[in-house]
Design a protein around this ligand. Sequence first.
Ligand SMILES: O=C(O)CCC(=O)C(=O)O
Ligand SMILES: [Fe+2]
Length: 496
Amino acid sequence: MSEPIQLLASSTDLSYDDFVAQFMAPNRPVVLPESAIRHWRARHEWTTDAGATTGSDAVVVRNIDIDRIEALFGQAVAPISDCDVTQTYGMAGLVGTGRSDDGQPLLKEVTIAKYCDYLRRRRQHVQRQSRSTGTSVESRDGSIGKPGKPGDHDGTIVSDPLPADRCIYLKDWHMTRDFPGYNAYELPVYFSDDWLNGYWDECGSLDQNRRDDFRFCYIGPAGSWTPVHFDVMSSFSWSANICGRKKWIFFPPEAREMLTDAAGELLSDVRSVDETRFPNFRNAPRIELFQEEGQLVFVPSQWYHQVINLTDVISINHNWANGCNILGMWQLAKEDAQLVATDLSLESASLDEISTSKQHGAVAAVRSPAAPAAMFGLMAATAEQAMTVQDLLRANGSLDFRAMHDLCMVQVRKIQQRSHQLALLAPSAVTAEVCAARNRHVSDLKTIRQILTDISRSTFYRECRDAWPASIDIEQELSEQETLQRRLTELFESFK
Ligand SMILES: O=C(O)CCC(=O)C(=O)O
Ligand SMILES: [Fe+2]
């Protein structure tokens, strides 16, 4: 696949519906230009003038303002991983593999202050090295940053301070959750219909202990990288470069078999592929993309990607879902439930053996090509087993069935509110956009009803229902949604 990824000329020219039709519904990547984030607070406050450009096609004009980041956020903590160590994903299946989140060992959490101290020393280290060898750590094509020789490190950095001679990536920092009043950026309108974070916001507003989200900040030196994966729970993601450049290598979902070895392990680094293990890798369709400073990448669901930071980079990214990919997420949740149930019958593992990292869900990434079709209604025989499967799904950062139900219901309530507002509109206010929004609500409702119907027929609903924190009655909810759908249709008729 050589078709390049489109860079939109403007971040606002396309209507929301056109963006959906051209990219989200067909599940195709796209890049928004720098103007999409030019006004963001983070773009100005977290960066300094780098005093140079590196060429007409590559605009690196800003650099990480390490002092500022430390002063603003020094006390917060975030996970780091060691990019000099490459591991591969574990076998397909969920239970007891003890795998790390995305193939690189997650070392531990550090304070932002400690990481800033590392970044300063890393810069000096890299400068010293390039003076002594006459080479630059950065190359234009991303051929930098290859991991160290296998076995040269055991992947468990515990030293304090963090060692400047190692390439350490700060990932999955919940910056927005940690600093909710700071408003570092604004959600681009195309990504604003976000069912996943909407659900977590609702959970957090009801219970402080359940404050969570899928909004992240990444900070990495040149050469840091993220191994091949697709995003957690089959979500979409978007990723914006506050400063610096990234190289992306994308593989469409159908390339999965070419990226997976006979044992179901996913390859990690496209720069060093063992062709005896991955004989078809060469033929895998792929698209390479250089994401320049300020640009924002839309990552479609289930597309595999590897990301290499070509310079020091700060990026913001969200995992998210809406009516376009929620069915895919539901399908994956069912398959994960099947995998867990199958694994449970093979081995008994405890919850703490399982990695709980979220951003790059190992579950999704390593699923075996031979994973059986979901028979989720049949497999969980007892209430206890059904509960265990649900607990394990949650512990792996997958959506358990109850969470999927709740997520859908948050959305139904939003559609309900919207339908009240629509009913109050004067005829002159009924624009084509309003009609498009109403169509989306109806189609979202249909999708949600399909998922809720599935859940209501599952063994899990039958077996776990009594143990779930608040009782639910899906049959009742479905009948209320039918009324809501009718109401939206009648409204639409009255607009004509
Ligand atoms: O920038 C990175 O290192 C990884 C980003 C990524 O995988 C994503 O946004 O989905
Ligand atoms: Fe990703």
